[in-house]
Design a protein. Structure first.
Length: 262
């Protein structure tokens, strides 16, 4: 169950949201959203963005898709270092060819758990700079959520369904013991062209191709029939994107001195 009524007992911390508040006409009835030229500039300080399983294929065209943490959360890798997103420019421009994950597109709205009422509450990040009193697109039409908020609620509802589907997908992979620890490494070149010492860029969880091949026929058929196999292959193909990230990081580093002297 979801609602836009303020309530106590909300739990959870969410990336990007500095001041999430349960949406209510009493607190937010006079607020609205203003147009923003760079709506995704806030992503610039984050290099890992959560993904849902149905996003693996489109995300794989832009980023490595990996799994992190004890929960094996799938994420898109947008940079090689924390607080350095290679897909968001210094002026807040998102690279036009890159896929924008739903986790980013739902901002400034998000669902939060109401433990007391056992339901989901629609919240808004009051700290979002484009949410202001008298904003161009109102949050409420009288005492009812505006069309803008209704669309946001539908998007968040769909996102929540995909999040649960993603949890089921990850649990299935865990049950089949398909994960392995993997590293992304880079071998720099010395001035004389010889290979330098190998450097580790990242350590993460990935699906093991060897374990996948060793599955019993009925288990492999289960992955094929429930659609998981296509998402697995999208993840595996996406790992080729590490080389692209390395090249982007070098290009950015090479351009910085030029920008500083301009």
């Amino acid at each position: 169950m979801t609602d836009t009524t303020a309530s106590a007992g909300l739990t959870g911390n969410v990336l990007f949201y500095s001041q999430p508040e349960p949406l209510s006409v009493d607190l937010h009835g006079k607020l609205g959203a203003n147009p923003v030229d760079k709506p995704y500039a806030f992503v610039a300080g984050t290099h890992l963005i959560p993904l849902t399983v149905t996003e693996f294929a489109p995300a794989a065209l832009s980023y490595p898709v990996i799994f992190v943490g004890d929960n094996k959360q799938p994420v898109a890798v947008m940079g090689l270092r924390q607080e350095d997103n290679l897909f968001v420019g210094p002026e807040g421009d998102f690279r036009p060819e890159a896929y924008i994950p739903a986790y980013i597109r739902r901002y400034p709205f998000v669902f939060a758990n109401d433990e007391e009422q056992k339901r989901m509450i629609l919240c808004i990040d009051r700290g979002a700079p484009f949410i202001t009193e008298g904003g161009e697109t109102p949050l409420f039409d009288g005492d009812q959520p505006s069309a803008y908020v209704q669309q946001a609620m539908e998007f968040c509802n769909n996102f929540e369904q995909e999040r649960l589907r993603t949890e089921s997908f990850v649990n299935l992979l865990k049950d089949m013991d398909l994960f392995e620890t993997r590293e992304s490494v880079f071998t720099p070149r010395n001035p004389d062209g010889s290979a330098g010492p190998q450097q580790k860029i990242a350590e993460y969880f990935a699906i093991s191709e060897d374990k996948l091949k060793a599955l019993p026929a009925e288990k492999f058929a289960e992955l094929r029939d429930n659609g998981a196999l296509g998402q697995i292959y999208a993840h595996l193909v996406s790992l080729l994107g590490w080389d692209r990230l390395i090249a982007m990081a070098f290009a950015k580093a090479a351009a910085q001195p030029v920008a500083a002297n301009a």
